[in-house]
Design a protein around this ligand. Structure first.
Ligand code: ARG
Length: 487
């Protein structure tokens, strides 16, 4: 619990105390204070202060004799914040007041000059956008690393027959590589989402002031360009209160988390003794404190479990935004922790899942043995009859009868006799057995996106090309962003 004496209470009010006759109560400051979580905005706050300073100076509002020392002090603070030499203290309300204290400690009263034409309302909205942009680019890069691991693993098992499921029941055989490669698709959509999100997020609120813009000759569009934004807010009231970019980012992060959770669930099932398909590497497993034999797929379980908090963070922010009056309201301070937490969470889970995927081995023999089980070739009989011009409804019925006969007599489909086939349907000739092989079933599914070896190869080729294009895009974006930050 923090305690503040009267001297400290006065410091707390440094940014806004002029009209107050009382200092804040402990409970007020305890609830108000955000510096313990918004401190991570410090590098972005300092960078946007440099941009704001540039327009104050170029418009002549600040003389060079004032602006230049402020620029030097801001640059010093950038270094000191990075090294930990400058940190927040218990009388700092938020990151903005902490950094203004830093400037004032260095420069005296002129340290407060940057507040001209700027409010914490447009400042915090700008800082949070920069933070989100920086980290969503990092998320994209980690998603790409996972996609590469999935593509490599899919390619490794691109010739391995396996059972495919619907309702967790054997349905039709698939290539195991096709099964792994499906995960690449959801993450490609996540990358599309981050790409689109960036277009909308790159609007600068700086210059919106408290809510109404500024009477000073600032140039929000110039500040925006300085910070790598593509435009500045078209409406200052919206500028300070728009948190769509937070909600959308939280949705994207939830989707990434949900995709990770579905990988997690699959790995958990595949690593069971009952399935026995996946051998998860020791480095990506954990043991039991009581059962010495245990090797548990905890990374897969955490990937599955963490999705819950991601959806919770999204729900929390959407609920906070619902019905919120314009322009700035302090409710908006609640946008940060969920966003930080979701970004942290996704950046924790992604490398662990990437490593788990890359180091898991699968039992080809078990997969192949399981592929034809559960009469998974019954559709082949129906398709065979369709090619013989039998209406599908009749074909389906006949194939179902074959399955029923096999079940009651303990046989597999290819073990039915010629007479039995013909008696079930006159078009079921003896060559129906040619289609009753896993390899035949796989090779026949040549539609685009199907599981045939040729379709699978085309799919991998396309996925690899998309991944390469996005890798380049997000590497370029990361480079541009870090150049902007270092400018
Ligand atoms: N810490 C605040 C936040 O995160 C900064 C903005 C405060 N603005 C205000 N008018 N009290 O939202």
């Amino acid at each position: 619990r923090l305690r503040w004496d009267q001297e400290k209470r006065k410091q707390i009010m440094a940014l806004w105390g002029g009209r107050f006759s009382q200092t804040p109560a402990d409970a007020v400051f305890a609830l108000s204070r955000s510096v313990h979580f918004d401190w991570r905005l410090a590098p972005y706050d300092l960078r946007s202060s440099l941009a704001h300073l540039a327009v104050l100076q170029s418009s002549g509002l600040l003389e060079d004799s004032v602006a230049n020392p402020i620029r030097n002090a801001l640059n010093e603070l950038i270094t000191e914040v990075a090294s930990g030499a400058f940190v927040a203290i218990d009388t700092d309300e938020d990151v903005h007041s902490a950094l203004e204290r830093g400037l004032t400690e260095k420069l005296g009263a002129i340290g407060g000059s940057l507040r001209a034409g700027r409010s914490r309302n447009d400042q915090v909205a700008t800082d949070l956008r920069l933070y989100a942009i920086d980290h969503m680019i990092e998320v994209a890069q980690q998603v790409l690393a996972l996609q590469s691991a999935l593509i490599a693993k899919a390619t490794e098992y691109g010739d391995a027959p396996a059972p495919g499921f619907t309702h967790l029941q054997h349905a039709q055989p698939v290539l195991f590589g096709h099964e792994i490669a499906k995960h690449v698709q959801g993450f490609s959509r996540d990358l599309d989402r981050i790409h689109d999100w960036l277009d909308r997020a790159l609007v600068s609120p700086l210059g919106s002031g408290a809510l109404a813009g500024s009477s000073l000759p600032l140039s929000p569009e110039v500040t925006a360009a300085n910070l790598g934004f593509t435009s500045s807010a078209a409406n200052s009231i919206d500028g300070v209160s728009d948190r769509d970019f937070v909600a959308e980012a939280l949705f994207i992060l939830s989707m990434v988390g949900i995709h990770l959770s579905r990988i997690g669930e699959e790995w958990c099932i595949w690593a069971t003794t009952e399935f026995g398909w996946a051998k998860v590497a020791d480095a990506y497993s954990t043991g039991s404190s009581i059962m010495p034999q245990k090797k548990n797929p905890d990374m897969a379980e955490l990937a599955r479990g963490k999705a819950g908090r991601l959806v919770g963070n999204l729900t929390g922010v959407l609920t906070m935004l619902k019905g919120l009056p314009f322009a700035y309201n302090r409710d908006l301070q609640e946008d940060k922790e969920p966003l930080f937490d979701s970004i942290d969470t996704v950046l924790l889970v992604l490398p662990a899942v990437t490593g788990m995927v890359a180091t898991t081995d699968f039992d080809r023999e078990k997969l192949a043995l399981a592929a034809p089980l559960g009469f998974s070739l019954a559709t082949e009989i129906a398709d065979y009859l369709v090619r013989a011009k039998v209406p599908f409804a009749h074909a389906h019925e006949a194939a179902g009868k074959c399955v029923a006969l096999c079940e009651s007599t303990g046989r597999q489909l290819h073990q039915l006799t010629d007479d039995e086939f013909v008696s079930i349907h006159p078009s079921l000739k003896s060559d129906v057995r040619d289609v009753l092989t896993v390899q035949g079933a796989l090779e026949s599914r040549t539609t685009v996106g199907g599981t045939s070896p040729s379709s699978f190869k085309a799919q991998i080729k396309e996925a690899t090309a998309i991944t390469a294009a996005y890798s380049k895009e997000f590497t370029d974006k990361a480079k541009a962003f870090s150049e902007m930050m270092g400018a």
